[in-house]
Design a protein around this ligand. Structure first.
Ligand SMILES: CC(C)(COP(=O)(O)OP(=O)(O)OC[C@H]1O[C@@H](n2cnc3c(N)ncnc32)[C@H](O)[C@@H]1OP(=O)(O)O)[C@@H](O)C(=O)NCCC(=O)NCCS
Length: 194
């Protein structure tokens, strides 16, 4: 029987295997590190779906956004992901948190449909980009805050040079003939929690 329950340390290995389904480009060691950190730091915001002892779905979240959501292919379209997202929303409500964000790879139509059905609205677009020193200098001189990507999560070839950039900042760079390499594009969706 399918049950949704809070994740525990003993679930870490199957959780990480599932997480790699939604972010296949991530560094597996980095995934282990942040999943463990989330389960320890946000035990009320990380859940698994279990079918007779087998982990078939996972959600890893914090007080701002959903880090990962994935369901084994053979268990999809049965409401598993919706239950996982609802479990996080319920506990955020208990914490008094007013909104939850999900950053979805732009071509992941399935996940966008899921979040849309659950009442999440598109609030923007963001990119993982490789910036050289010239681009970093340009943005800093304009007083723009730029957010380096959390290296632990990235594959080796992207560590050290990757940033999390809004569409607006990317447009400003392009207008000044600086063309950073776009590694991934994301749709940002957010749900207000009543
Ligand atoms: C996205 C994902 C988590 C959905 O899991 P799921 O358990 O199948 O989702 P649910 O059964 O709760 O679906 C809820 C709604 O989402 C939409 N949806 C889900 N899968 C869909 C699909 N393949 N095609 C169209 N709509 C879909 C539907 O509106 C569905 O409602 P319905 O079944 O009543 O029509 C799953 O497909 C998955 O693990 N994908 C790979 C990893 C991934 O993309 N993660 C998201 C990262 S942000």
């Amino acid at each position: 029987m399918l049950v949704t329950r809070k994740a525990q340390d003993k679930d870490l290995d199957p959780m990480c295997k599932l997480v790699m389904l939604s972010t296949p480009f991530a560094d597996p060691e980095g995934v282990k590190h942040y999943v463990k950190r989330h389960v320890n730091d946000f035990p009320d915001l990380c859940f698994v779906s279990e079918d007779d002892g087998k982990i078939v779905g996972v959600i890893v979240a914090n007080v701002e956004y959903i880090e990962d959501l994935a369901v084994l292919p053979q268990y999809r379209r049965r409401g598993v992901a919706s239950d996982l997202v609802n479990s996080v929303l319920e506990n955020l409500r208990l914490r008094g948190v007013r909104s939850l964000r999900a950053d979805i790879i732009s071509d992941d139509v399935t996940a966008i449909r899921l979040y849309d059905k659950m009442g999440f609205k598109i609030i923007g677009e963001n990119y993982i980009v490789k910036l050289d020193n010239g681009a970093v200098k340009f943005l800093k001189e304009r007083g723009e805050e730029i957010e380096p990507m959390w290296d632990v999560w990235l594959p080796k070839e992207l560590k050290g040079t990757s940033y999390w950039l809004s569409k607006e900042k990317l447009t400003a760079l392009k207008a000044n003939n600086i063309k950073p390499v776009i590694v991934r594009s994301f749709i940002l969706m957010q749900k207000e929690i009543a």
